[in-house]
Design a binder for this molecule. Structure first.
Ligand code: HXC
Length: 514
């Protein structure tokens, strides 16, 4: 039957295209521990949920004998599907076809799915495995990247954009991810760089491996370009799926609510902070003692560890957490931790996610390195992000809240809706030792026993300022609470902030200290 013939033809054409760059190239891909682009999409999306578009797209390049070459589907797969039922637009670059390089038609496929995602208001996931701009296509490849960057920017804050780096990604293949919300990397597989080792060798005469230049660990620990680090593609996909459960489909919606569940009793919030105020503790234990199911989904776990960010649920609702980490550099704020937290706060604010801030820090990190690295500009990002955020903001001062750190960490003055403090809170311009040395210097120097006098003055200062009651007496702190009641106060605060509405002055946009 004619129909059957046509169907057979379709099947044959499809089967050929589904092989991408061919069996040999697929074998090479697998030998590197990588899945094929199609396997990746299937591994990520709900079973049988993927609808593919533009399978038959071909490049139309002419130069460098390109007119004699066929590049199946032009090296990228696009389509839509679901993850745990949530709609998703997705593209995956196919490294088996010309190294996943981006030519004009390749870019048009990506921009088509990006346009769908924005129009339909659904999250976009991009799986990047690409040598960047397709050299043979010249300015057409550059134009393609420009179109992608533009869409990344316009979609920013409207729909979630997730990038997965699953191969050696160069040039434009890393700038697009850098414009998206979350970047996932896998150990030994992901590489990101603007100029690769070959270029560095030619221009600078320096030899460096791809891994040392821009491997998964480099971007998770050093540059902060990656937000999630995994040991395998499977682990990476589980992380992405989990993230999808925490975020809304677009900025006009809230994240899906789940059944509320109490935290695990093994996290006893009253016993986490040591008696000695100079001793560290793991603030993640405090978060786990507060969130539903003690389930805290940390973001950028390996970067700027002196601040902790991530999602949890409170009463079933997604909530963002920002917390100083006393285990790392006493939880100080510095260039990197300010950047890390500020960006996350803006994410939560864009996507209707309330923010809980846990405060315990001695202030901003002093030193020439930090000053010259631009701690003024970077630190100001945190002030800007908190001030600008209009989602519910709840703050708990656990222990130290000194100086600029007190103001920056979602203080009342930056319009926190609720500020709670534990009895262990110390809210002052600086720590007792430093303060006593400055304001009582004359008394200390002229005393018969300066050490004894210093101790006495430090004690006096502690009694006067190193507590939450001065701030509470001015209403800067709304309630001094028993740590055991923290979850109760926060749940209530989030509940009654459900319809929070704060008008802001009309403007085109502000000028955050980028
Ligand atoms: C055309 C490319 C390509 C590219 C790789 N290929 N990158 N073809 N344009 N940009 C092809 C190779 O020729 C090869 O084809 C196949 O893909 C696999 O590449 P290999 O080099 O064999 O793989 P590997 O050894 O794993 O190295 C991968 C790589 C390397 C590190 C990505 O290929 C590389 O350095 N490529 C160039 C990277 C780059 O400089 N890109 C341009 C960036 S500028 P065959 O036929 O042999 O299988 C850019 C502009 C935008 O992107 C900037 C925006 C700001």
């Amino acid at each position: 039957m004619a129909d059957n013939k046509k169907l057979r033809e379709l099947k044959e054409k499809r089967e050929k295209l589904l092989l991408g760059g061919g069996e040999q190239a697929i074998e090479k891909q697998k030998a590197m521990g990588k899945r094929t682009a199609r396997e990746r999409i299937m591994g990520l999306l709900d079973k049988n949920s993927f609808s593919e578009y533009d399978l038959f797209v071909e490049h139309d390049a002419r130069d460098f004998d390109m007119d004699k070459k066929s590049l199946p589907s032009d090296g990228v797969i696009i389509g839509t599907g679901t993850i745990y039922g949530a709609p998703i637009a997705i593209f995956a670059q196919d490294f088996t076809v010309a190294g996943g390089s981006l030519g004009l038609m390749h870019s048009r496929k990506i921009t088509k799915i990006m346009d769908h995602a924005l129009k339909m208001r659904i999250p976009l996931i991009g799986i990047n495995d690409s040598g960047g701009a397709r050299i043979q296509e010249g300015v057409n490849s550059l134009a393609g990247y420009g179109e992608i960057f533009f869409r990344n920017t316009i979609s920013s804050g409207v729909i979630p954009q997730i990038s997965v780096i699953l191969g050696p990604c160069a040039g434009g293949a890393v700038y697009s991810p850098a414009l998206t919300d979350f970047v996932f990397v896998v150990d030994n597989i992901s590489k990101m760089f603007i100029t690769g080792p070959e270029v560095i060798k030619t221009v600078l005469g320096e030899e460096i491996s791809m891994e040392d230049l821009g491997g998964a660990r480099v971007h998770s620990e050093v540059t902060g370009n990656a937000h999630f680090f995994a040991h395998s593609e499977d682990e990476c996909f589980e992380q992405i799926k989990k993230l999808i459960t925490f975020i809304p489909w677009h900025n006009g919606k809230k994240a899906r609510a789940f059944d509320a569940a109490e935290p695990d009793k093994k996290f006893n919030i009253s016993k986490i902070i040591p008696e000695d105020p100079t001793m560290p503790y793991d603030v993640k234990d405090v978060i786990r003692a507060i969130v539903d199911n003690s389930d805290f989904f940390e973001i950028m776990e390996l970067y700027a560890k002196n601040i902790v960010i991530g999602f949890g649920r409170m009463g079933g609702k997604t909530t963002g957490f920002v917390a100083n980490q006393p285990l790392e550099m006493a939880g100080v704020l510095d260039v990197d931790s300010s950047d890390k937290a500020a960006r996350f706060i803006r994410y939560c604010d864009s996507f209707n996610i309330p923010i809980i801030t846990l405060v315990d820090l001695p202030g901003y990190l002093p030193g020439v390195d930090q000053e010259h690295a631009g701690v003024i500009r970077h630190g100001a990002k945190l002030l800007y992000a908190y001030s600008e955020a209009t989602v519910p903001k709840l703050t708990v001062i656990l222990r130290k809240a000194y100086g600029g750190g007190y103001i920056a960490m979602s203080s009342r003055h930056l319009r926190a809706d609720f500020v709670f403090a534990w009895p262990s809170a110390e809210i002052a311009v600086m720590g007792p030792e430093g303060a006593a040395n400055i304001i009582f210097r004359k008394e200390i120097m002229s005393a018969a026993d300066p050490d004894q006098m210093r101790k006495q003055k430090v004690e006096e200062y502690k009694i006067k300022f190193a507590n939450p009651y001065v701030a509470a007496s001015r209403g800067y702190v709304d309630a001094v609470i028993d740590p055991a009641d923290t979850r109760k106060f926060l749940l209530h605060g989030i509940e009654i902030s459900e319809y929070k509405d704060v008008p802001m002055p009309a403007k085109k946009h502000g000028l955050p200290p980028f």
